[in-house]
Ligand binder design. Sequence first.
Ligand code: HEC
Length: 149
Amino acid sequence: MIICAAALGALQVAGSAAVNAAPAANNANAVDYRQHIMNTLNEQAAALGQILSGAAPDDNVLAHLDVLALTASTALKAFELKVPGREARPEVWAKWADFSQRMTEFAQKTAAMAKLGHEQGKEAALANVVDALSCKKCHDTYRKEQPAK
Ligand code: HEC
């Protein structure tokens, strides 16, 4: 019985730690999280831009496309907590159906581009890069750009 009580105690500690983890998802964290995701997209798009302009070798194209697709697939989740602030316009949540559809399409297009790259080669994939990386279209409506921190 003593062992049982000890095990139960440990479970309770673990359980309360899990419960306590929830409030850690506070507003500042929600904003930080979506910025990390957007900045990941930005770095990968910039790396691709260097390759397209001939400033970097093109060996990693498929890897960059994979990272972009994977990151894009995580982006919607980062906006699900309704925390206005930083550069997000309130329309993100006021027009959630449109915003989430755009983000979903963005993820689908980047995934299709990566798939095409694996199936038909990087040239074929890069022909879609402008259409797939429709960052500006969304930003024009949903992001209020601020000077760098
Ligand atoms: C469907 C909408 C949407 C798409 C697509 C999108 N973004 Fe964003 N992006 C946002 C919103 C909204 C914000 C503002 C987030 C905030 O400040 O909280 C943002 C912010 C950013 C930021 C600023 C992050 C910071 O530190 O403040 C960068 C950089 C960025 N996006 C890059 C990109 C790039 C690069 C792409 C395309 C490869 C992209 N985004 C695609 C909606 C989008």
